[in-house]
Design a binder for this molecule. Structure first.
Ligand code: FMN
Length: 450
């Protein structure tokens, strides 16, 4: 369903939200966004963060390029308390593209230079260094280390394979998964040495860890039962915890609803509907908190290759979803609230405010005030205008003339493995790449979604 974004007030959005079945929190006062957030001994400067956004702009060896550095320096200058860095591969075969960042012992110094520069930029602009989180990832089914699909999957799925072909030879063995646990531990060690403040052992968006969590049909040690399906994530977190210290913590971005039917999706009712069942996600977050000692996570949903509208509700994209974008925004925040209520001690960053454009600040403030979450990560908005946190904190409102229009162009860029940013608001840098994409577009298959 698509509808032109024409609402002029938060009340109008809330009314339309109710018509499509969701309650959206709003507050007329954004001051809570500027309040510090305590996470154990740590105090984060405010409640606004940058969501991980792959830029596909690394150098050949996976180290950050000038373009990568430009993105993160601008974000640090913008005043967000947290910069949750994009998916960074810790194994070469799990790279999403030839230009995805890849963290290795050999290129560690280049990452160190980047984190130093980003922290300095924050201190110079705002008097504090943002908290930098390295998102360690394995792209699994969506691995393209040489810009060609080279899927590494947990199980065969007729549902997912409509969008990306795979066969039995792509299924990874239990031994491969077991070895990954140590490799993610090593990734944590490298992230620490590279100057990050935390590592995210990522389990969302259909990538390998999230797929394993949905491996109901997989036999063996990593499939079937809840214990088996969450083994990879928990053991990798355990391996990462060897490097935990007062100045380096382990966090996770968790997908709590995949948006495609059981037995292929996590957080789904087992009646093959598209309705959520948060029983397992709640149990998982409770265990991450109680048994593994994680103090902070980010909650997200969907799989950007299949259910893009669930992960990032949009106006224009590769397809017209059956649901209204406000339904997607509402599902995300209501699911996040379920988790927050279940594990109140866990600090929870919510996701996907950008569809609400100039009202995303009021929505964020409402969500924090009403206890849905502790802070908000902004994704596409940060590409459009990385200065949004300072506007909200200093002027009380986001600059409406600079907001993201959810046009989908950044999604087109990332899917075509081109340097990714905002084509509309940062066109001087990204329009040339978009022009290249448009030239190549006609050669893509009709049902191509990533
Ligand atoms: C171009 C692009 C790249 C993204 N890369 C990542 C990523 O590396 N890791 C991740 O967890 N999410 C990634 N996401 C999802 C965002 O972090 C975020 O969850 C999503 O855009 C919804 O937030 P928003 O509505 O504020 O944009 C990406 C999204 C886009 C559009």
């Amino acid at each position: 369903m698509s509808e032109k974004f024409s609402w002029r007030s938060p009340e109008e959005i809330q009314r339309r939200g109710r018509e499509v079945g969701v309650n959206l929190p709003m507050s007329s006062d954004t001051s809570i966004c500027g309040m510090p957030l305590s996470v154990g001994e740590l105090t984060l400067n405010n409640r606004l963060g940058i969501a991980p956004m792959e830029g596909a702009d690394s150098l050949a060896d996976g180290s950050p390029s000038e373009l990568t550095l430009r993105r993160y320096v601008r974000e640090a200058q913008g005043g967000a308390a947290v910069i949750w860095f994009e998916a960074i591969s810790v194994v070469p075969e799990g790279r999403s593209s030839r230009t995805q960042l890849l963290l290795t012992r050999r290129n560690l110094d280049s990452f160190k230079r980047m984190t130093d520069a980003v922290k300095k930029a924050g201190i110079q602009a705002n008097g504090f260094a943002p908290y930098l989180i390295c998102q360690a990832n394995h792209s699994g089914r969506y691995s393209n280390p040489d810009n060609k699909p080279a899927p590494l999957i947990a199980f065969r799925s007729p549902y997912l394979e409509q969008f990306r072909k795979a066969d039995d030879s792509c299924i990874v063995s239990d031994d491969y998964l077991e070895a990954l646990e140590e490799r993610f531990g090593e990734g944590a060690r490298l992230a620490k040495e590279a100057g990050f403040d935390a590592v995210d052992i990522k389990s969302c968006h259909g990538y390998l860890f999230a797929e394993v969590a949905a491996g109901f049909t997989r036999p063996g040690r990593y499939g079937g039962s809840y214990e088996n399906r969450t083994r990879l994530l928990k053991n990798s977190i355990r391996a990462a915890k060897a490097y935990e210290s007062p100045s380096f913590q382990i966090v996770s971005r968790i997908g709590i609803y995949d948006g495609y039917p059981y037995p292929y999706g996590f957080g789904m009712r087992d009646d093959k509907s598209l309705l959520p069942d948060y029983t397992e996600p709640k149990r998982l977050v409770q265990e991450l908190y109680g048994d593994l000692g994680l103090r902070m996570i980010c909650v997200t949903m969907g799989n950007p290759y299949v259910t893009t509208h669930v992960t990032r509700p949009f106006d224009r994209g590769k397809y017209v979803p059956a649901e209204h974008p406000l339904t997607g925004v509402g599902r995300m925040i209501e699911g996040t609230r379920e988790i927050k209520r279940w594990v109140p001690g866990m600090k929870i960053w919510a996701s996907a405010p950008t569809y609400l454009r100039q009202f995303s600040d009021l929505y964020t403030a409402g969500a924090i005030r009403q206890g849905y979450c502790d802070g908000m990560l902004f994704g596409r908005m940060a590409f459009a205008d990385p200065d949004f946190p300072n506007q909200i904190i200093r002027a009380g409102r986001i600059d409406a003339s600079k907001v993201c229009m959810t046009c989908g162009a950044c999604g087109d860029l990332i899917r075509s493995h081109k340097p990714t940013g905002c084509v509309v608001r940062d066109g001087g840098t990204y329009l040339p790449y978009y022009r290249e994409f448009l030239k190549e577009k006609n050669s893509l298959p009709k049902n191509f979604r990533g």
